[in-house]
Design a binder for this molecule. Structure first.
Ligand SMILES: O=C(O)CCC(=O)C(=O)O
Ligand SMILES: [Fe+2]
Length: 220
């Protein structure tokens, strides 16, 4: 399941954050690529401690985003990093490392938060290889795409302007994507039912099934 999330942070907060990023130190992105991806990774990245406060602000906002919570069921988040693509930069097809950091975080999901207005750059689509074909994402400033880190994906070459993004990976309480989607649907349905009819027998039974499946499947 892939999902687009709008307005992770209020636009004015995000604009202030991007302004601060302009003075951050970016280094060659190959430093954090696994050997299978280093050959196709041509970008620049900024890390903590230089951008720790910006990263913390985004992480807090993500954790509070209701759709993110339901769709990802996060157990742990990889520290947010910022990537910059200038003209000629790209990140060819690769799969993300399954385990990152120490203690290892299992990368079930990946997230890209778009920090540039799409009108200001050409190229730079995030392209995900799906069984049904390639799916391209170039989202508005402040929107994010949440997608399975299990996929092959690439960032198309930037040909004009600058593509700035924040990136993280998520270890979910629910490892299996199919189970995660069932829980997402059930949880969404019971919330919609509650919003429409208030507490009812149907709502209670759905809540019971949802809670018991979560108990069965969660890896806390
Ligand atoms: O920049 C992006 O949207 C994704 C980058 C990526 O695939 C990665 O850093 O592993
Ligand atoms: Fe990736």
């Amino acid at each position: 399941m892939q999902l687009c999330l709008a307005d992770i942070l209020p636009a004015d907060r995000l604009t202030a954050l991007v302004d601060r990023l302009k003075t951050a130190r970016f280094i060659d992105g190959k430093a954090t690529a696994g050997w299978n991806a280093a050959g196709v990774k041509e970008n620049q990245q900024a890390y903590a401690p230089g951008v720790a406060q910006l990263a913390a602000e985004i992480e807090t906002a993500l954790r509070q985003h209701p759709v993110f919570a339901l769709a990802a069921r996060p157990k742990r988040l990889h520290p947010i990093l910022f990537a910059r693509y200038e003209p000629g930069m790209t990140y060819g097809y690769h799969v993300d490392d399954p385990l990152m950091g120490d203690p290892p975080l299992r990368t079930d999901l990946a997230l890209t938060l778009f920090l540039s207005d799409p009108e200001t750059y050409d190229g730079g689509d995030l392209i995900i290889d799906q069984p049904g074909g390639e799916q391209a994402y170039k989202l508005p400033f402040g929107a994010a795409v949440l997608y399975p880190a299990t996929t092959l994906h690439q960032v198309a070459p930037v040909t004009r302007g600058v593509r700035l993004v924040a990136i993280t990976w998520i270890q979910s309480l629910i490892r299996d994507p199919g189970r995660r989607e069932i829980l997402f649907d059930l949880d969404t349905a019971r919330r919609m039912l509650f919003a429409r009819d208030g507490k009812s027998r149907e709502f209670d039974l759905l809540s019971k099934s949802f809670a018991n499946l979560l108990r069965l499947w969660a890896e806390p």
